[in-house]
Design a protein. Sequence first.
Length: 181
Amino acid sequence: MIDSNIVLTGQTVAYTLYVLVIMLLMSWFAYKLTHAGSGNEIKPALFYSFVGFLVLIGVSLHIVTHETIPWKAMDLNRENIKADKEFNISMGNHEFKLPSPKLLITKDQLVRFNVDSKDLTYGFGLFREDNSMVFQMQVIPGHVNDILWKFDRPAVYSIRSTEYSGPKGINMIVRDAVVVE
């Protein structure tokens, strides 16, 4: 599966270019409308063509970026996918309760994390050693909270709560909890 950092970088570049094009074209229109004595007014057909072009580019960009998200297919077909390994994790009183001190995963395994909360809304996030996030989900009491992920490279990850759950929530970190070999 493509690393989430690569997806984020690609989307950042694409959307930045899109915004720059919009800003340049809007600046051009503003200049043409306000430039005194040019004698060149903007025709309505040109203006509406411009708006149509921006809509076309924007919708196309959303479709393209939607199709580049590697975990989309897995989420849409999750009822037909059987995980290679499952971990049941509980959260309560601002603590993670893991099934074992280290969650061991073999490279290329598809893993389902089933996480439940006993008291508050928490977040369940997996973080790389450089503290960048791999994935996260909200964990709501009384609801099914699970996430599928395929680990395609050896690494060690930490688990953190990614939702504000009060002042004690800042300490909800389990370092080096997930080991992919």
